[in-house]
Design a protein. Structure first.
Length: 272
């Protein structure tokens, strides 16, 4: 499936609910589609920017305000936490949990998924296949360590990022060193990954909801681009997942604890 038409799974078999979607932009495709499908089923939907929420810790309990209005009587929160203001947005999700308002994804699972290195460490611990990955703060050893990844080209990623931002294809050792020098200079850490050449310009996006594969598509980058993100001009096509690929997606989600997750799989010669 190439669309997010499986989203009604989130809202079916429930009485009419008041649903809060935390999203910085109402016009984002995924945010808009969530709202459309929820409203089709009769639910009341609110979309609020988490960075405009005001949090209170008071003697009589936690409270939250948006402008002059207090946030209360919400049946379900669907957090859409991006890269800008991530820490504050996660604090908002945590605060809602303190208020006993159920969130589709809690603050701990979002934190694990948002930090790329931490997420990969957790996946590796569970024996889930990931591209060979290195992170270092020692510039003199970079070239020799890159050889352990199979040499250049490599993929370089900021630890935070979405929609393909902060991801660089480095063709030479010199390009790697230049990028590292720039990122270290502004206080950012960056990880270096083996380039899976057979999957260049494409991947598989799997939507997992409540422990079940609900939709999947193969994303293909536009000409001249190695990142397959739809937001960067990529296209999607339907794909039927083998049992091996389904199990890889489900295992990855279990590691993070997410109830609603998008999992990206590379199609390598050694499997997902």
């Amino acid at each position: 499936m190439t669309d997010l038409g499986s989203f009604p799974i989130l809202f079916m078999d429930r009485e009419i609910m008041k649903i809060l979607i935390l999203s910085r932009k109402k016009r984002l495709y995924s945010t808009r589609r969530l709202r459309e499908e929820a409203e089709k089923l009769g639910h009341e939907v609110f979309i609020l920017d988490p960075l405009k929420c005001v949090l209170f810790l008071k003697e009589d309990g936690p409270r939250m305000y948006y402008g002059p209005k207090e946030i209360r009587d919400i049946d379900l929160v669907i957090p859409r936490v991006g890269t800008f203001g991530t820490a504050y947005a996660i604090s908002v999700v945590r605060h809602l949990g303190l208020m006993n308002i159920p969130c589709m994804n809690d603050d701990a699972s979002i934190t694990r998924a948002r930090n790329k290195l931490e997420c990969l460490q957790l996946l590796a611990k569970e024996g889930i296949q990931i591209p060979d990955t290195m992170i270092s703060r020692h510039p003199r050893m970079v070239r020799s360590r890159i050889k352990q990844l199979g040499g250049t080209p490599v993929i370089m990623k900021l630890l935070r990022g979405t929609w393909g931002t902060g991801v660089v294809y480095a063709e030479s050792d010199a390009a790697v060193e230049s990028m590292l020098e720039t990122m270290w200079g502004i206080g950012e850490d960056i990880m270096i990954q083996k380039f899976v050449s057979e999957s260049k310009g494409r991947d598989i996006r799997v939507l997992v909801i409540d422990g079940k594969v609900s939709a999947s598509m193969r994303r293909i980058a536009k000409k001249g681009e190695f990142r397959s993100n739809i937001h960067r001009g990529g296209t999607g096509e339907p794909v039927e997942l083998s049992k091996e690929y389904q199990e890889a997606a489900l295992a990855s989600v279990r590691v993070t604890g997410l109830r609603l997750a998008g999992v990206d799989l590379l199609e390598s010669n050694e499997g997902p």
